[in-house]
Write a protein that binds this ligand. Structure first.
Ligand code: ATP
Ligand code: MG
Length: 254
């Protein structure tokens, strides 16, 4: 059975996609058969692993709305042991269309059930909202990984996110747990960064990953080449950090 991890934070631009893509790529490279699922209409994970959003056939939208099977949407990437369920902009309509469906909170969970025996890890890149799409991801997951950007308003919205996680756990998915909080875009030269890190650790005792992801231009360049950092610049410090993070995750889930 695979371990399913949702990468979620309703705040935009905190490093969800960068983390989902690079964690998934490293898991694959470390020998784990991995499925990355893009359920953000922006489709950034999809393009981040080299797919052109305009040429996609079956996407996560078709799973959520059209009753498509999970296995029919899986694409092989060029990268080691890494598959993708892609997304494109029509998923934006799904938030509204889902509202009318029976069992609307469990569509993704049902579609993924047959895939859980196929993959070691399934990583879900969530959109920056707490609507039905994210609820579907949390319901389908064993754990949630929360990227938090090391900046002044980092803690803003986290209590709302944690209440959503609690609500899904209570109503639909009592197995759901917090995989960990990941500090992203870390810049140790800034005093502010240190203060934010201290605060986040106080807010999430023992739940903050020891590995922090540094701010590095190479991590932001890699998606424009359709490559995870591991295939774009494997000696980059951001790449090494995501590798160390994946070691932490693997150790925890052994
Ligand atoms: P959204 O909420 O829009 O989906 P997101 O949470 O998925 O955003 P990303 O797209 O991963 O966030 O990151 C936001 C921006 O910051 C992107 O341009 C990305 O390339 C850049 N970025 C992410 N992590 C880093 C990093 N460690 N160093 C430098 N740039 C980064
Ligand atoms: Mg994103």
């Amino acid at each position: 059975m695979s371990k399913v991890i949702a990468v979620a934070n309703q705040k935009g631009g905190v490093g969800k996609t960068t983390s989902a893509v690079n964690i998934a790529a490293w898991l694959g490279a470390k020998g784990k058969k991995t499925l990355l699922i893009d359920i953000d209409p922006q489709g950034n994970s999809t393009s981040g692993v080299g797919f052109d959003r305009r040429t996609l056939k079956t996407t996560s939208y078709d799973i959520l709305i059209n009753g498509a099977k999970g296995e029919d949407a899986v694409l092989e990437t060029k990268f080691e042991k890494l598959s993708l369920i892609p997304s494109k902009a029509d998923l934006a309509a799904a938030e509204i269309e889902l509202a009318d469906l029976n069992g609307r909170e469990s569509v993704l969970k049902k579609a993924l059930a047959p895939l859980r025996t196929e993959f070691d890890y399934i990583i879900i890149d969530c959109p920056p909202s707490l609507g039905l799409i994210t609820t579907n991801a949390l319901n389908a997951s064993d754990s949630v990984l929360i990227p938090v950007q090391c900046e002044y308003y980092a803690l803003e919205g986290l209590s709302q996110l944690m209440s959503s996680v609690q609500a899904v756990k209570r109503r639909y998915n009592d197995r759901l747990e917090l995989e960990g909080v990941l500090l992203t875009m870390y810049d140790g030269r800034l005093n502010l960064t240190q203060q934010v890190v201290t605060e986040i650790k106080k807010y999430f005792p023992r739940k903050v990953f020891a590995t922090v992801i540094p701010r590095t231009v190479r991590l932001s360049e890699a998606p424009s080449y359709g490559q995870p950092i591991l295939y774009y610049d494997k000696s980059n410090k951001g790449c090494i950090a995501y590798g160390a993070l994946v070691d932490e995750i693997l150790k925890k889930n052994r």
